[in-house]
Write a protein that binds this ligand. Structure first.
Ligand code: AMP
Length: 548
């Protein structure tokens, strides 16, 4: 496995293969079977663009050839920062085919995150879009390239300026169509053999950690299993239409079954820029969408707007997860939207538990269902890693065929985050019902879950402390009716306290992603600390909850 990643022990890998979870197929095989058997079948719809399986498959091959010609080869890392677009899919599949490992950054990431990702992975290339939401990624690329010597290439989708245009990359090394047609195995550059399915296919970013995001290696085998199993559990086959309205660099919309699972199944993917009802309701009607993924924070808006926009969502299954959803709000989904709800607890780390379509209404409203795989091992433990009594709350520990055994290049963090026998400490508090279904009850980690985006408090505190008029700072999540949680920074000022606008502007200047910026700033002469000197966030939250 890629150096810096942690393998499953042989006895587990053997078992997962023997029992048919890992089938030895590479993610580079995505699109291929459908491109052969039904070439004109629509694979991806994005605005006015429609790409058939054959087109997308051939495009991925041309890109694979172009990327290889840049000198990228098996095991090399490439940071990929593209919005929901056909380019995202084509580049990903191209990289899977040549064994190059994409690191999936979010479009919201800025200099701080992208520089770190490129440096930490020693990425040879950075692939971005020209501009998106009024942000110019080429300026970002210039800063990152100046800071990261290993970064050899910048590839830009759209107007590339001094960088390599993605469009040129896809044509320059274009293998002759005749060659491709005559040689069945000449779909990717001749010198490239299919990557080992046990290898790392790509990196997802962890939302659940302190400081900068940790990298989660997902292998071809483990992710292909996740795609197949989630598609099958959701009854998604070649007749299915999946709407991606959350960022597809997130596991939720990428592979549960998401975009990649839908393409694996031969279904159609409809890409949207956001879950905004005025954008997606017409798409759902026009394309006959059967499945989508949503964060709980959007449910209220959807419920309010569905009658206004006269949306018919009766044929839709909505996977809701990523943040807490109360049973009361879950119970309203059916009556208010007329669609079918499934509740999901998921982590990019590969942990998945969800309600199935044939579960009773009560189960679908009050629990996060049962694990993805019969081979998943879920334990609920106390602070000493002892199993709690059935039905009691404790931390969820997980081991299984999709759950990583270690973050990339993070040995010390891994030593703390995994038990000796390889269980991931999720940092989430749960209990299990007598039938073994999961109910998520809370979180131990110092992360604000803002509309499903995870804001690592410690990272933001570090940046706040660098403000010239801030002596000390703490970041906490406060309940919010729309976002679930909003981010509040409490600062101990040095002289004139900085305003919210000043704090946000300062953090943007530091290159921090916008979703990590505080929604509220409070000042205090001192921050509460525990007897050990650690910030006492519980006390802080309680103080902030006091009126006035
Ligand atoms: P990410 O890896 O960004 O998807 O974040 C994973 C984290 O999101 C989990 O560790 C939980 O803290 C949170 N999360 C995911 N699903 C749920 C859920 N259904 N209820 C509460 N929290 C959730």
């Amino acid at each position: 496995m890629l150096p810096g990643s942690v393998e499953w022990p042989a006895e587990f890998a053997d078992r997962y293969r023997r029992e048919g979870y890992w089938l030895g197929t590479g993610l580079g095989e995505l699109l291929r079977p459908w491109a052969r058997t039904d070439p004109s079948r629509t694979a991806v719809v994005s605005g006015a663009r429609r790409h058939s399986y054959a087109e997308l498959d051939a495009w991925a091959d041309r890109l694979a050839a172009g990327l290889s010609a840049l000198g990228l080869g098996p095991g090399d890392r490439v940071v990929l920062q593209l919005p929901n677009s056909p380019e995202f899919v084509a580049v990903c599949v191209a990289l899977f085919r040549i064994g190059v490992v994409p690191v999936l950054a979010l479009p919201a990431h800025r200099r701080n995150e992208i520089t770190y990702l490129c440096a930490h992975t020693e990425a040879k290339a950075y692939v971005a879009v020209d501009t998106y939401h009024r942000f110019d990624y080429r300026s970002l690329a210039r800063e990152v390239r100046a800071a990261v010597p290993t970064l050899k290439h910048v590839v830009v989708a759209g107007e590339a300026e001094e960088f390599i245009a993605l469009a040129d990359l896809a044509t320059a090394q274009r293998p002759a169509r005749e060659e491709r047609a005559s040689a069945s195995s000449a779909q990717v550059p001749a010198a490239v053999t299919a990557p080992d399915p046990g290898e790392v296919a790509f990196f997802l970013l962890s939302g659940g950690t302190t400081g900068l995001p940790k990298l989660i290696p997902r292998t071809h085998d483990d992710y292909a299993y996740q795609l197949r199993e989630t598609a099958s559990a959701m009854g998604f086959d070649e007749r299915g239409v999946y709407l991606a309205c959350l960022p597809i660099a997130h596991n939720a919309a990428l592979g549960c079954p998401g975009v990649l699972g839908a393409l694996w199944a031969g279904g159609r993917v409809v890409l949207a820029g956001s879950p905004s009802p005025d954008e997606v309701f017409p798409l759902i009607a026009r394309e006959g969408v059967t499945l989508t993924t949503l964060m709980p924070s959007f449910l209220k808006l959807w419920s309010e707007m569905a009658p206004v926009l006269e949306a018919d969502l009766s044929g839709l299954v909505v996977e809701v997860g990523g943040a807490r959803l109360s049973p009361q709000d879950a119970a309203l989904v059916g009556p208010a939207l007329g669609c079918t709800l499934t509740r999901w607890f998921g982590m990019a780390e590969g942990v998945l538990s969800f309600t199935r379509l044939d579960d009773s209404e009560d189960v679908r409203v009050t629990t996060e269902g049962h694990p993805l795989s019969p081979a998943d091992e879920f334990r609920v433990v106390d602070e000493d890693d002892r199993d709690v009594a059935p039905g009691q709350e404790g931390q969820l520990l997980v081991r299984g065929p999709c759950t990583l055994r270690g973050y990339y290049r993070a040995p010390e963090y891994n030593a703390r985050t995994f038990t000796e026998d390889g269980f991931l400490r999720t940092g989430d508090l749960v209990r299990r019902t007598p039938e073994g279904r999961l109910v998520v009850t809370g979180r131990m980690r110092d992360v604000v879950n803002r509309a499903g985006e995870k804001v690592p408090a410690e990272e933001v505190e570090g940046f706040l402390a660098a403000h010239p008029r801030v002596r000390d700072a703490a970041v906490v999540g406060l309940p919010d009716p729309v976002l679930g949680e909003r981010t509040c920074a409490v600062v101990v000022p040095e002289g004139q306290p900085p305003t919210l606008a000043e704090v946000r502007e300062f953090l943007i200047g530091q290159g921090l992603a916008e979703y990590k910026l505080p929604d509220r700033v409070e000042t205090s002469s001192v921050l509460p600390r525990t007897t050990l000197g650690k910030l006492d966030k519980r006390a802080l939250r309680a103080a902030l909850a006091q009126p006035g």
